[in-house]
Design a protein around this ligand. Structure first.
Ligand SMILES: [Zn+2]
Length: 125
């Protein structure tokens, strides 16, 4: 258990800085990367929150893909569903830029979890 905790802290250490005040309140969510037993690994994505559901958000982001036929690049929009832990659900709203990290598949469509957000207080960089 102890080593698991340390590994979890390492994985989420660089995230959640903008949500630190919310993370201080313990939540009973088992599938929370900060308080539960959910471990994060793999890809990190960053995008705009377009929809919000109980315990889940939709994040849209753009990616540049090479098209071989035309020897050019095109932009594609990618939509993913990410789990929203209980402790930060009040902090993430539609229009925010959220950072999500890959985790184990939690359901058919959810294999990411929200770990942080950007632009605190609506300040854009
Ligand atoms: Zn939590």
């Amino acid at each position: 258990m102890e080593t698991e905790k340390i590994a979890m802290e390492k994985a989420t250490k660089n995230y959640g800085k903008n949500l630190a005040s919310a993370i201080k309140n313990n939540c009973k969510d088992q599938k929370c990367p900060f308080h539960g037993s959910l471990r994060v690994r793999g890809k990190t994505i960053q995008g705009t929150v377009t929809k919000k559901f109980p315990k889940r958000v939709v994040i849209v982001f753009e990616r540049i893909v090479y098209v071989r036929k035309y020897e050019r690049y095109k932009k594609t929009r990618i939509k993913i569903h990410a789990r929203l832990p209980d402790c930060i659900s009040n902090e993430i709203n539609i229009g925010d830029t959220a950072i999500a990290k890959e985790c184990r598949p939690l359901s058919k469509i959810i294999h990411f979890v929200v770990v942080d957000k950007l632009n605190l207080g609506g300040v854009k960089k």
